[in-house]
Write a protein that binds this ligand. Structure first.
Ligand code: FE2
Ligand code: FE2
Length: 531
């Protein structure tokens, strides 16, 4: 056996798939997965089969990116039709589970008397029997929560739906948008039926920086059934990546890694926030910090909330082997739109610390504090969200991600507890999609346009963001998490121009700060700041 090493190419991308679609966190918990697969995925694919010309035209329009248009070719209609057939003929269990959610919702809606719900247990549809708790709120409205741990141990949790897809940025123009397009094993991709916890997958992913013996890689790829036209040997090179991690010798270094990601490092600590790490495509190779530039160990990976651009499974699976603890906000106990991020991470083999508001985690030189996050979830009862407040060697950092400032009183109260901040980073995707863009598959009745348009996934606008700056007397401000990087378009779907409200509002914010002499910058790509 030869022992020469090969390395996953810097522009090779890995996509975790669940039932042929890009795996984001809501496809892991079984009930939510059943809803997305049998409603949104199936509906989009059926629409493509019926109106492929329209989809193909729309998918080419940049302004429609992020829409429900399936981005495939005319000669792939048959492949898509087969995916629908697979759901209809072989996923009867998922269809039944998804239908059970609809039936349970119907039952709950009919219970308007305000009297005891006990009789409803006998009527719970069979797939959900024993997996729900039905309850009343204080206004006598019935609802239910899923007993999530039981569900993960049930027949409904199916890791066999997981697989791995590999491609090369050099071979594709742009990855299709993750919520509209299934991943086909076409001539530019290679898919393997590897479970996300398969050691073979970890070997492949680690090889990007550490290398792996060529014979092992040959064995993995030749022993698993492969689908797709990309030769696995094209994914690897003989030489290690050129750009490597630069250790921090003294002080504190803050690195913006793109979109919502920061890396905070001292000589004895590395903390990543909402990591979404880009592979190094040639056209933007100097604009990103890619995997090879990360430290060998991430002591803590802090996540703000359960959206695909923050709790990003594609990146997290590639960082898993070097992640000490993944720190996640607690959920509300298992309602449909708020699955436990901790239980999702447990299925993926992470060591997790779950935090509630004001929980503190001591770290060398300081502490991490979870502080409340309001908004950006379409007014749904989603509890899984936190802003990260980090004190390190006397400096205070506020990583707000998509938190809005609906109620300025809240952060005034918080400020009493935590004090002023030195660096405030806040997202300003102030006009987000209607909430149904992300959560619509969980609705079992049609949502009216009025409701959809009023309840959006809006981040902070200039006024809300500036109030945070004032409240915390921030000395330095960074605007981020706006989907500004073109290489993240496949999971952001954003397409800005100078008149886009997000740009107008963030420009306004920069002006407001400038008037008060506070440095404020909109971050794109990468940046390094030393303290
Ligand atoms: Fe978000
Ligand atoms: Fe976001």
């Amino acid at each position: 056996m030869t022992t020469d090493l090969v390395y996953l190419k810097e522009d090779a991308y890995f996509e975790p798939l669940i039932n042929h679609w890009f795996a984001w966190s809501y496809l892991v918990p079984p009930v939510q997965a059943a809803r997305y697969i049998t409603t949104r995925h199936r509906r989009t694919m059926a629409s493509f089969v019926k109106n492929s010309e329209l989809h193909i035209l729309a998918a080419q329009e940049s302004v429609l990116s992020g829409g429900d248009f399936l981005d495939a070719r005319a000669d792939q209609v048959e492949d898509i039709r087969k995916l629908i057939q697979e759901i209809d003929e072989h996923r009867a269990d998922l269809v039944a589970l998804s239908d059970a959610v609809r039936e349970l919702d119907d039952l709950i809606r009919k219970h308007t008397s305000g009297e005891s719900i006990e009789y409803l247990y006998a009527l719970v549809p069979e797939p959900l029997k024993g997996y729900v708790e039905i309850y009343m709120d204080m206004n006598h409205n019935p609802s239910y929560r899923l007993l999530e741990r039981l569900l993960y141990r049930s027949r409904h949790y199916q890791p066999s739906l997981q697989s791995a897809s590999f491609g090369l940025v050099s071979r594709v123009q742009q990855r299709p948008f993750c919520f509209s397009t299934p991943r086909l094993p076409d001539e530019n991709h290679l898919q393997l039926p590897l479970h996300f916890n398969a050691p073979e997958l970890t070997t492949i992913l680690r090889s990007r920086v550490e290398g792996a013996p060529r014979a092992i890689i040959d064995f993995i790829f030749s022993s698993a059934p492969r689908r797709g036209g990309l030769d696995y040997r094209e994914l690897f090179v003989d030489s290690p990546p050129r750009r490597l991690h630069e250790p921090v010798i003294s002080g504190t270094r803050l690195r913006f890694l793109g979109h919502a990601s920061f890396l905070l490092e001292t000589p004895d600590l590395a903390i990543a926030m909402d990591p979404v790490i880009a592979v190094r495509g040639e056209s933007y190779q100097d604009e990103v910090f890619s995997y090879s530039e990360l430290p060998a160990k991430l002591d803590y990976v802090c996540i703000t909330h359960n959206h695909q651009d923050h709790y990003n499974l594609e990146t997290l699976l590639q960082l898993r082997h070097k992640t000490g603890k993944l720190i996640l906000p607690v959920n509300n106990g298992g309602t449909l739109p708020d699955p436990s991020m901790k239980l999702i991470a447990h299925q993926l083999g992470f060591q997790v610390i779950e935090v509630d508001d004001f929980d503190e985690i001591p770290v060398p030189g300081g502490k991490l504090t979870a502080i409340p996050f309001l908004g950006e979830h379409g007014d749904l009862n989603v509890r899984s969200k936190t802003v990260w407040f980090i004190e390190l060697h006397g400096r205070k950092f506020f990583f707000g991600a998509d938190a809005t400032n609906y109620d300025p009183w809240m952060y005034r109260h918080v400020r009493e507890m935590v004090g002023d901040v030195d660096v405030l980073a806040i997202g300003m995707e102030c006009v987000g999609a209607p909430y149904t863009w992300l959560y619509g598959a969980l609705n079992t009745k049609v949502v009216s346009k009025n409701v959809m348009n009023s309840r959006r996934l809006n981040g902070a606008n200039a006024e809300q963001a500036y109030r945070m700056v004032e409240t915390f007397k921030a000395r330095q401000v960074y605007l981020y998490a706006m989907g500004m990087e073109s290489w993240y378009k496949y999971f952001m779907g954003t397409d800005y121009n100078e008149n886009s409200e997000q740009i107008v509002q963030s420009d306004k914010m920069i002006r407001l700060c400038a008037e008060k002499g506070i440095p404020c910058e909109r971050l794109v790509g990468k940046k390094t700041i030393y303290f």
